[in-house]
Design a protein. Structure first.
Length: 334
C-alpha cells in the first residue's frame, strides 16, 4: 500500500561535526512493485483487455474519468496482490504502481485520483446483462467465460494429441453473513463451494456456487460449454476428464460416453469394492510384510451400481500394501 510522505526534516545531535538529518522526501512509495511483473504478463496475454471487451459501457464519454479497461485492470491486479475487499481501493487508487499499470499517472479532473475508488469498482462488479438508466455498465458473461478457454487455446502453437481436464470443487470459507452462506459438514465451516476446471496450469472455468449442493452440480453444463469451444478449434483432440469421487455421477459419466470423452473418476471405498479385490489386498499385504517395503496390486473389473448407474462400467482398483485405506478405484469407459 502507498505511504504518506512527510516533507518536514528531523534534526539529531551532530556527530564529529556533521549534521544528522532524517527526512521523508522520497515521494510516493509502494510495497507492491511486484505488480509490474503482472502488468508485463498481462500485456503479453491480454487478459484484462479481453475481459474489458466483454463489457458494454453506456456512460457519457465526456464525463468518464475511469474507463472500463482501467477498472478491470485495477480490480484484477488488486485481487492478485491480495486486496480482495473493494474498500482497499480507496488507498490503492493513489498507488504509483497501479497508476503505471493503468498508463494514467494523473487524473483528468482535479477532484479525482488516477484510479477508481470502491464505489466505482462496485458498479463494475454489479454489472447487469443489459445497461439501464442507473446501471450503465453491462457485462456479457458468456464472453467472459470464453476468454479463459481462448487463452488456453492460444497458448498452444499446434493442437495437442490429448488433453486432460481436471474437475475440482473446494471450499471458499466465509467469515460473515454473506448472501447464500451455508454450513458444509465436510469442510466444517460456512463456505461457498466453487467449481473449477483446469487443464494443467490453465484455469478454464471458475463457477461460484452455494455449498448446499452436490459437488458435481452444474459440471455437465460447464464441460459441455468448454469442450464445444475446444473442439471447434481442435476437432481431433482426445479429451480425458478427471475428478475425485464427488464427480462419479451417472449424468456426467453418461454424458461423457455419449460425447466421445474419456473419463477417470474416483469411487468411494465400500465393503463391496473391498470384497472384490480381497485377494489382491492379501497379496500386497503379504509381500509388504516380507520385504518391508510398500507393495502394490492392480486389478480391472466390470462394476455396476444397483440403482444409480444405467450400465456396467470398467473399474480399476489399486491396493497399497502399507495403506490403511486399501483401495483407490476409478472408472472409465470401455
Amino acid at each position: 500500500m502507498p505511504t504518506e510522505c512527510n516533507p518536514e526534516l528531523f534534526d539529531f545531535a551532530r556527530v564529529e561535526g556533521r549534521a544528522v538529518v532524517a527526512a521523508f522526501d522520497g515521494g510516493r512509495i509502494t510495497s507492491d512493485a511486484g505488480a509490474l511483473l503482472l502488468g508485463a504478463a498481462d500485456r503479453v496475454i491480454g487478459l484484462t483487455r479481453r475481459l474489458a471487451a466483454c463489457f458494454i459501457d453506456g456512460r457519457n464519454r465526456e464525463l468518464i474519468e475511469h474507463d472500463v479497461a482501467t477498472l478491470v485492470m485495477q480490480r484484477v491486479v488488486g485481487i492478485a496482490l491480495g486486496y480482495e475487499d473493494l474498500i482497499d481501493h480507496d488507498e490503492l487508487r493513489h498507488d504509483p504502481v497501479m497508476a503505471v499499470l493503468a498508463g494514467k499517472l494523473a487524473a483528468r479532473r482535479s477532484d479525482c485520483a488516477p484510479l477508481a475508488g470502491k464505489s466505482t469498482l462496485n458498479r463494475l462488479e454489479l454489472s447487469r446483462p443489459e445497461p439501464s438508466r442507473y446501471a450503465k455498465l453491462a457485462a456479457n458473461t458468456d464472453s467472459m467465460e470464453a476468454v479463459f478457454v481462448d487463452l488456453f487455446l492460444n497458448a498452444h502453437k499446434k493442437p495437442p494429441a490429448q488433453i486432460t481436464l481436471d474437475l475440482d470443487a473446494t471450499d471458499d470459507p466465509l467469515h460473515g453473513h454473506q448472501e447464500g452462506r451455508f454450513f458444509h459438514g465436510y469442510y466444517d465451516c460456512y463456505c461457498y463451494l466453487p467449481l473449477y476446471v483446469f487443464c494443467g496450469r490453465h484455469l478454464l472455468a471458475a463457477k461460484l456456487r452455494r455449498s448446499n449442493i452436490d459437488a458435481a452440480a452444474g459440471s455437465v453444463e460447464e464441460i459441455e460449454r468448454i469442450l464445444g469451444r475446444i473442439r471447434a478449434r481442435w476437432p481431433r483432440v482426445r479429451i480425458l476428464l478427471r475428478g475425485d469421487g464427488g464427480f462419479a455421477r451417472e449424468v456426467l459419466m453418461a454424458w461423457c460416453e455419449a460425447n466421445r470423452v474419456d473419463y477417470l473418476f474416483g469411487l468411494a471405498r465400500n465393503a463391496r469394492l473391498v470384497g472384490e479385490i480381497e485377494n489382491e489386498m492379501s497379496d500386497a499385504r503379504t509381500e509388504s510384510e516380507a520385504s518391508g517395503k510398500p507393495a502394490r496390486r492392480f486389478r480391472d473389473f466390470t462394476w455396476s451400481m444397483l440403482d444409480s448407474w444405467s450400465r456396467a462400467r470398467r473399474v480399476s482398483a489399486r491396493r497399497n500394501g502399507r495403506a490403511e485405506r486399501p483401495i483407490r478405484a476409478s472408472s472409465s469407459p470401455r
